[in-house]
Write a protein that binds this ligand. Sequence first.
Ligand SMILES: NC(=O)c1ccc[n+]([C@@H]2O[C@H](COP(=O)([O-])OP(=O)(O)OC[C@H]3O[C@@H](n4cnc5c(N)ncnc54)[C@H](OP(=O)(O)O)[C@@H]3O)[C@@H](O)[C@H]2O)c1
Length: 307
Amino acid sequence: MRAIQFARYGGPDVLEVLDVEPPRPGPGQLRVAVRAAGVNALEWKIRRGLMRHFRPLRLPAGIGGDAAGVVDEIGAGVTDVRIGDAVFGSGHETYAEHAVLTAWAHKPANVSFAGAAGFPTPFETGVRVLDEVRVSAGDTVVVNGASGGVGSAAVQFAVERSATVIGVAGPSNQEYLASIGAIPTTYGPGLAERIRALAPHGVDAAIDIAGSGVIGALTDLTGDPARVVSIADFCAPRHGARTSTGVGRERVPALRHGARLVAAGRLVLPVAQMFPLERAGAAHAASETGHVRGRLVLTIHPNGDSR
Ligand SMILES: NC(=O)c1ccc[n+]([C@@H]2O[C@H](COP(=O)([O-])OP(=O)(O)OC[C@H]3O[C@@H](n4cnc5c(N)ncnc54)[C@H](OP(=O)(O)O)[C@@H]3O)[C@@H](O)[C@H]2O)c1
């Protein structure tokens, strides 16, 4: 099968299409014929070697954690899917024609494989961070970096919990933020004052997705560092706030929750751009800009953009 691999850490050009043996699912896993794979910011960091101390790799290695596709092999003990089912989920080396998934949900019929390929990481991360800072009905929560993949999901999951959401992104994403239910504002000087003006009754919780050095301002706004979390700023604990990782987290409930909201028309995660498999390097270069609205996706099958 065709798969993206890299033999050394480096720039987007280290990603190559190679012919490799398809993987086989182990117990509790399944394999999909991948129609489309989601591109996460984590993956360019892995490719550059920035994560090698946390996640050592034996190179050459494949890459990618999210996919949508059609189940073509089922591991021992898996009972909730059949061969031929359309699913999306998290797994290993998903920039490939076949990939093993370790957590999945059925693909909502109203979304394409390309759309669903972008769901897994934003759904799992979005639900996790809201849980970690205990966002519930009536809260006002700030989401810093609200228009990217994780931010878009976190905003809509928070709205679903009947929270008021103040979303922070650049000027070109203000209307988009309003369209997904956030009160929009821009990042940059004066951020704390703008948020205070938008939240006359105060801010209960804050989620930093951009990692843009605002944890001190967010803990001042909430008055309680235990209700501030970052997924991209490893200095958050210096302010008493937490840095969240998905290690060991059960993903399936968040994937199913997100799928139900998508099926009901209550959650959208736009695809900013699609790339064919052989242009994975261009997708990584786009991801590295840090200014993606929604998701970047690799279409791996000619019908990758179909339902
Ligand atoms: N720890 C974990 O479990 C975990 C899980 C998933 C992702 N992550 C990390 O989380 C980060 C975000 O992921 P993503 O996929 O959502 O990224 P993304 O799609 O690239 O989104 C980045 C967002 O940040 C906004 N932004 C850019 N500069 C900003 C600034 N100075 N202040 C506030 N917002 C700013 C962008 O808005 P504009 O385009 O309008 O500028 C965009 O909304 C990445 O670093 C990723 O590695 C961590």
